[in-house]
Design a protein around this ligand. Sequence first.
Ligand code: ADP
Ligand code: ZN
Length: 729
Amino acid sequence: MAEFYHEGDLVAVLTTQPLDRLLDYRAPEGGCWQGAHVEVPLGPRRVLGVVWGPGQGDFDPAKVRPVGRVLEVAPMREELRQFLIRVADYTLTPLSAMLRLATRAPGLGEGPALRMVYRLDEARPARMTEARERVIEAMQTFGGAALTLGELAQAAGVGTGVVKGLVQAGTLREEAAPRDLPYPRLDPDLGGVTLTGEQAEAAGTLSAALHSGGFGTTLLQGVTGSGKTEVYLEAVAECLRQGRQALVLLPEIALTGAFLARVEQRFGARPGEWHSGITLTERRRLWKMVAEGGVQLVVGARSALFLPFRDLGLVVVDEEHDTSYKQEEGVFYNARDMAVLRASLTGAQAVLASATPSLETWVNAQAGKYGRVLLADRFGAAVMPRMRAIDMRAEEMGAGSWVSPTLRRAVAARLEKGEQALLFLNRRGYAPVTLCRACGHQIGCDHCDARMVEHRFLKRLMCHQCGATRPVPDACPACGAEGKLAPVGPGVERLAEEVTAAFPDARVSVLSSDLFGSARALKEHIEGIAGGAADIIIGTQLVAKGHNFPLLTLVGVIDADLGLQGSDLRAAERTFQLMRQVAGRAGRAEAPGEALLQTFQPEHPVIRAILSGDEEGFWKAEAESRHAACVPPFGRMAGIILSSPDLQAVFDLGMALARNAEPLRRIGAEVWGPAAAPIARIRGRHRVRLLVKAEKGAPLQAALADWLGQFRPKGDLRVAIDVDPQSFL
Ligand code: ADP
Ligand code: ZN
């Protein structure tokens, strides 16, 4: 039970300001609960905070100011407070940054006022313009969301005058609506599909776990198309029947569209959405409704984990192996792991769904820490594609060509049957390198230690680290020779050029995240392809993520060796997952699929594991080799990234840290480095890394805090701590 503080009592307030301590205030008139969201004076400003506990009394009592006001939103529950504390401790993040994550909704302090929203009437304006059409289109897309003037104009990309003109024309109606309405109720019993025996068994296991009423984690593993989504939607239904809330995390915004439609079909209404693509008004509404219980199901990106759920009963992490669950700026957290933590604190069930689980999760399931339910078969007639290697050593490749004759014949055969083919290459742009044939210079970014990548559609060179772009020059910036710059190596755009030349009658479509202005444009493009608008799809890893292309029967991987070269400890795991996921795109409907992997090393153990489909065998071997090396998940790691515009300063601090590693040695941990990071400069900041390795049970965080606490980095020197790093760049 939360503490109540009477007017005048000393309370400690955690604010969203970057101070590393709590501040004392006096409880306001009427008192306040622990957990209350408050506005407090800080210097000349008023800032957002949460009443964290009793005041510490180490300020001059005469100078302690009263809390400004208590906001009209539900107080933070003890469970969320504990969650923020635990995540802060685990990731070595200041609590104020955690509070910022947990209050990322604007206008929480505003009362339940009215606002003007717009509705679409049947009548069409007598005079139709392109801008007016865009407004009507936006209304049709976001109709249910009751947009305000500003939001509607923004969504349509027009001035507010266009919207007002449509009101005058009688096409739009203006009406006053209360802010922050509850979401429409979902009906768990509306009826889903009839589950197969295997699916019903899996759903039964998850339901039983929900009925246990406590915490538990289950790995839901099944090949792409086996019905994992159908199964976990049954668990969502069960959770809703129990009157608790459910959260589904998805790795990619572009996927939410299709998913929302599925939820609507299953439960009769749309769930709440939480990701960077929603309006600020919706953000605030969702935040408040989550806290009040006015929304039953939330579909969101990783930060949805920090929403103030009233009674969270189920968290699903779909595609749990996806690397985008790891946030690598600000608070370095892994949403998959933190989902399990939150579930444990709130007595909820966590379901981790994947066709190719992360090794961490697989090991936890093997050890019995997580339950495991398996879906072995694809739904209906669909079967996993046949997988084969194309031995590139035996293929005759022309200059500037990346599609082997064997792959080309396979594509031609599919096109003849009216089926789709996907060529996968995980490289955006036209060519990864632009080289001067006169002097050998490679065009690099001015701000980063990275090559500029040519993007021919945009007619520019682009840095994939910082996003800087510039026109492709005529002359070499190093030697001045004209007309000597040449692209080296393939990106998806260059591959598209080759494919278009080879198949002049085919409709070729490139799917790469940089080619679409908005999430909506991307979504529409994907839906078009699924409907048959392309014969050959050329895609980056964007296509590996859960999209359903029923006509697709052939997947060709242009360079299966690409991911194997790095020294990253997860290189094998990532390649295995990516190749299996991409191959899984083929043959989802009736027509059987085929996956062909172009490789120069068909005997490589990872390539062989991918082809054989012996997933358990692969994970066992991978687990053994990591165990032997004492690396995650059998040992612990933390990356320390130092950065500054001043190269000397970063190395000096790095050396000092390495020399003063006593706190780490005490727990038996090792420090490696300092070493220049593989990307040694980003946005003009030099980067140096240290790597800490410890045994699994070692109290790593406390030791890291002691170690790093010895130094106060000055000036523009930044220290980022990455516990359980996924990236080593
Ligand atoms: P996964 O999440 O494992 O990739 P999905 O749940 O998306 O699989 O299922 C793949 C396709 O098969 C979807 O279109 C889904 O609606 C359909 N499907 C799966 N199970 C059933 C079922 N029991 N009855 C009808 N359709 C099903
Ligand atoms: Zn750059």
